[in-house]
Design a protein around this ligand. Structure first.
Ligand code: ZN
Length: 103
């Protein structure tokens, strides 16, 4: 059974932050759909990319670690509140996440 949540993410089509529908199958992010332009991105290999994401975590030294630890240990439940906190993160980190999730 898939679960859907909404989150504010950067849409490469709209080229700005829009509300997206995130579809999860268990802990796996299956797809994100921009609610503005309706473009959908599939995330079939998202688990492999987590290795890279964990690497990225190590490079983030200026923000509280517990934010990230909470995110990685419970990606689904944290996803609802994460983007709001995340908007205060440096733009370049946001860009890296987008590069991972956005294709
Ligand atoms: Zn869009």
């Amino acid at each position: 059974m898939n679960e859907e949540v909404t989150a504010e993410l950067h849409c490469s089509h709209c080229d700005h932050e829009t509300i997206h529908t995130l579809v999860y199958a268990g802990r796996l992010l299956v797809s994100t759909t921009c609610q503005t332009c309706n473009s959908q991105v599939k995330h079939e290999a998202i688990d492999l990319r987590l290795h890279y994401l964990k690497d990225l975590e190590h490079r983030i030294s200026t923000k509280p670690r517990r934010l990230w630890r909470g995110f990685w240990s419970a990606p689904f439940s944290q996803m609802v509140s994460f983007p709001k906190k995340f908007m205060s993160q440096p733009k370049k980190i946001w860009k890296e996440i987008k590069a991972i999730l956005g294709r």
